[in-house]
Design a protein around this ligand. Structure first.
Ligand code: MN
Length: 203
């Protein structure tokens, strides 16, 4: 069995399907996503459908978290048109059930990170989907992490691919025209697909 963990997808369906094809999953393999499957890119609904078809385990990203907290949309919902038009209502039930982190015997998958001075389950949902810096220490959260289990995270496109002490950052900015990345854990092998274009300016 192989474990394949995919970084932030943001609706980049063609890149996602190319990445999965390069990986070549069998029934014995397990795919994970670090979340932010939707928004900014061209085809969020198909990305969700593909991950569901593959029985991928997906954690909540800030974009899913934000989407669910904004739904149902009304005329007063202050969101851009792109966000409103995501054709993912079929997938809402699935999205509501996404966990904020997944912990196995060997590793943890979380979208952004957590304050390692507390147990992960004691961190707020908003923290798990959005944390980068520990404000009081002015340091990235993972520099404080001393745990035994490896942490796989995304959310930090500017950081890019990051290998630290028991942490791996996998957001390589596909939607900004860079790369979509996936890591085969057991082989410590990175697979990347170049973005077909920049779908969104770097914010
Ligand atoms: Mn994010």
């Amino acid at each position: 069995m192989r474990t394949f963990i995919i970084g932030d997808i943001h609706g980049c369906y063609r890149e996602l399907s190319d990445l999965v094809e390069k990986f070549g999953p069998t029934d014995k393999d397990q795919i994970y996503s670090v979340g932010d499957v939707i928004n900014r890119g061209p085809d969020s609904g198909r990305c969700i459908k593909l991950l569901r078809d593959l029985k991928a385990k997906v954690v909540m990203g800030n974009h899913e978290h934000w989407y669910l907290n904004s739904f149902p949309f009304t005329k007063k919902t202050k969101l851009n048109e792109n966000f409103r038009k995501l054709e993912i209502e079929d997938h809402l039930r699935w999205m509501y059930d996404l966990p904020y982190f997944i912990e196995t015997e060997k590793f943890i998958v979380v979208h952004a990170g957590f304050d390692p001075r507390k147990r992960i389950e004691e961190n707020e949902k908003d923290t798990l989907v959005s944390l980068r810096m520990l404000e009081d220490l002015d340091r990235p959260w993972f520099e404080e992490y001393k745990g035994r289990k490896h942490i796989y995270f995304g959310h930090w496109g500017k950081l890019g691919l990051y290998y630290g002490q028991n942490v791996t950052g996998l957001d390589t900015g596909c939607v900004y025209g860079k790369q979509l990345s996936g890591l085969i854990v057991e082989e410590n092998k990175l697979i990347q697909v170049k973005a077909k274009k920049a779908y969104c300016p770097i914010s």
